[in-house]
Design a protein around this ligand. Structure first.
Ligand SMILES: Nc1ncnc2c1ncn2[C@@H]1O[C@H](COP(=O)(O)OP(=O)(O)O)[C@@H](O)[C@H]1O
Ligand SMILES: [Mg+2]
Length: 331
């Protein structure tokens, strides 16, 4: 009786030790559109099965082009992409079958019924009819009660959910969501975030694009920052915030200063608020923040404090800094 247990343990061990191949592997992907515009300039990226990756970037950064190239809607000018080990050009059907795509624009047949829209989409991928799966998907998206409605009768948020249902109809392992919450109100946005997390928890790998920093910060396991066709970085979200996370100490003075006193020059303080505010930037994770010494030196310099506060830099600061630095490098 003990034997099967031992075998199970060995299998588990093997699973843990064996490094998993990425579900998507992108190498030096380039796209130059007709007319010569370089929308992607050599992007390389591995996406692990089961993660939520957010591609964050301003409008025109190349996010949709990147997704479209992986999904086979845009022909790359260079580089390779594999999905589940299948080359997207050489083995297009096998690669595409693993992918569900929710496009940026709402594109559904207005007069079609919800249930037919979703069922037909499954058929397009050559999958056998599976009413139970369609029902599960529609229920998960709170669309089951609307299954007999025509698409045009639905609200914007519901239409977007129909697009998601459509993309999930053929049981893809990877779901691309291109700007899933652009123009969506706050409540619906939160519903969408919950839904995406649920899908990930059920094992679907999710790649979403967004220009909302808050969305990337809220949802992603990893964040890739893209601008001007280049991937500026890809990092675990927690790591990104940790590495680049700076804090600021803001001191409000009782009397204004004309300049930062000589004795405080080493702290790199900035003076603002008509001479009333001194700001000190420090690394929140460092062993010594320098704050105690600074406060002692401030007292020694005879400055009286009215108030002090600290502020954690957010992903927004990190993002703006990256995009700015990237632009300076290119210029
Ligand atoms: N079919 C096209 N022909 C020419 N240029 C395009 C085409 N599609 C997109 N672009 C350009 O490529 C750049 C990246 O676009 P896109 O990938 O849609 O960016 P994002 O999704 O990040 O907003 C933009 O400058 C856009 O104008
Ligand atoms: Mg886009």
């Amino acid at each position: 009786m003990a034997r099967p247990i031992i075998r199970v343990r060995c299998e588990r061990l093997e699973q843990e030790v064996r490094p998993l191949a990425p579900i998507i592997s992108i190498r030096n992907l380039a796209k130059t559109y007709d007319g010569g515009f370089e929308a992607l300039k050599g992007v390389s990226l591995d996406i692990e099965e089961g993660e939520i990756l957010a591609l964050l970037g301003p409008n025109g950064a190349g996010k949709t082009t990147l997704i479209s190239a992986v999904c086979g809607l845009v022909t790359p000018s260079g580089g390779t992409v594999t999905v589940g080990g299948h080359d997207i050009q050489g083995e297009f059907r096998a690669a595409r079958e693993l992918i569900g795509l929710v496009p940026q624009e709402i594109t559904i047949e207005p007069f079609e019924k919800v249930i037919n829209t979703v069922t037909f989409s499954r058929g397009l991928f050559g999958k056998r009819r599976d009413d139970a799966h369609i029902e599960r998907v529609l229920r998960a998206l709170s669309l089951w009660d609307k299954r007999h409605s025509r698409n045009k009768e639905l609200s914007g948020g519901m239409k977007r959910r129909v697009l998601i249902a459509k993309a999930l109809s053929h049981e893809p392992r990877v779901l691309f969501l291109d700007e899933p919450t652009a123009g969506v109100d706050v409540t619906l946005r939160k519903d969408m975030w919950r839904l995406v997390r649920d899908l990930r928890d059920q094992g679907t790998t999710i790649i979403l694009t967004t220009h909302y920093i808050e969305e990337a910060e809220e949802m992603a396991d990893r964040i890739g920052v893209i601008d001007h066709g280049r991937l500026l970085l890809v990092e675990e979200k927690a790591q990104l915030l940790h590495q680049l996370g700076r804090k600021e100490l803001r001191l409000e003075l009782c009397e204004p200063l004309e300049r930062v006193p000589e004795s405080l020059a080493a702290y790199g303080l900035t003076l603002s608020g008509e001479g009333y505010h001194l700001t000190y930037a420090f690394d929140a994770h460092a062993d010594h923040t320098g704050m105690t010494r600074l406060l002692a030196d401030i007292a020694r310099a005879g400055l009286d404090l009215r108030d002090l506060s600290t502020r954690q830099s957010s992903l927004e600061d990190v993002f703006l800094k990256l995009v700015r630095d990237g632009r300076e490098e290119v210029a």
